[in-house]
Design a protein around this ligand. Structure first.
Ligand code: M3P
Ligand code: FE
Length: 311
């Protein structure tokens, strides 16, 4: 399958309260590598298995949360087309200069989407060290640290106007709807999972009263074995786990949710089936959501923090 157009989600900038404590968490616990720091103090990080310059930028601020969520497109020329389509859809957008706040990135198109989030689109990204070996490649050049996050995987964006947000992702950005959870009254969807490649999802959208809220950013692990080892590592190191290790029946992903020191929720996630755009949409009734989220929960209870805490 040729993956063209919008290729994958691959960048998030999140706000943290204490930079040094956060860098320690993301490097030693999550296992990201620090790539660079900007003049204004942002820290750029990447997983050990990525080529792109970085996938996570930390910005120190007074409150935690998500500044923007980014997608890589296959050609810089597509940014102009998406800008036109986004404006026609009724969304504000602006271009951000190459190599400005995100070192190693070409120009970006920042679009405000209907749920109050900002989506950045970019095409040109430099390769940074360390990256996967290219010549007679070993599986890694130095042993992954911490839980060993492999790759940027997805984000769950909470906010109002989910239906319009999903329509934007599909009509302007070309994503496909993979799975939905219906509203309690069956009118519309409370949550939608969307993909632009063969991943289960690149982004998910959750209906929530406050705009621009982050439920979580997820990094992939390979399988249940890595999820289990990650849970052990988190427990030994006193990481605050919000949910898991468990499996979602929605997406079938194996998962742990945990909090960074600023209260941003992070997920380590291992998907177990590939998505293709000719697959029909899988649909959940709201009444089945407890086991949809936590497959092994027979008490039909979800921790209130899991659905209530966002940053
Ligand atoms: C995931 C996922 C909620 C469901 C979350 C699901 C918050 O994070 O990766 O499939 O209802
Ligand atoms: Fe997730």
């Amino acid at each position: 399958m040729a993956i063209t157009g919008v290729m994958r989600s691959g960048l998030a900038q999140i706000r943290v309260l204490d930079m040094e404590e956060s860098v320690k968490f993301y490097t030693e616990i999550v296992g990201l590598n620090e790539v660079c720091r900007t003049d204004d103090g942002r820290v750029c990080l990447k997983t050990y298995d990525e080529f792109d310059h970085h996938c996570l930028t930390l910005r120190q601020a007074e409150s935690a949360g998500l500044d923007f969520f980014g997608f890589k497109v296959d050609c810089d020329c597509l940014l102009d087309k998406i800008a036109e389509d986004a404006k026609a859809f009724g969304q504000e957008c602006e271009f951000i200069d190459a190599n400005s706040d995100q070192p190693g990135f070409g120009r970006r198109l920042a679009v405000k989407i209907p749920n109050g989030h900002r989506i950045d689109l970019y095409a040109d990204v430099e390769i940074s060290e360390p990256h996967p070996m290219l010549k007679n490649p070993h599986i890694w050049s130095s042993r992954p640290r911490g839980v060993g996050a492999r790759f940027f995987d997805h984000g769950l964006l909470a906010g109002p106007n989910s239906a319009e947000t999903v329509r934007f992702f599909i009509e302007v950005m070309g994503l496909s709807k993979v799975e939905v959870v219906r509203m309690p009254d069956g009118n519309g969807d409370i949550a939608t999972w969307l993909s632009c490649n063969t991943r289960l999802h690149d982004v998910a959208v959750l209906e929530f009263p406050d705009p621009g809220k982050l439920h979580h950013v997820a990094f992939s692990l390979r399988d249940w074995d890595e999820i289990g080892r990650a849970a052990d590592f988190m427990a030994v190191n006193g990481v605050v786990i919000d949910a898991g290790p468990t499996r979602h029946a929605v997406t079938r992903g194996q998962t742990i949710y945990f909090f960074d020191p600023s209260g941003n929720r992070i997920e380590t996630y291992a998907a177990d089936f590939a998505y293709f755009p000719d697959m029909p949409v899988r649909e959940w009734d709201f009444s089945e959501l407890t086991w949809g989220i936590n497959y092994y929960d027979h008490d039909n209870k979800i921790k209130p923090s899991f659905l209530g805490v966002v940053t």
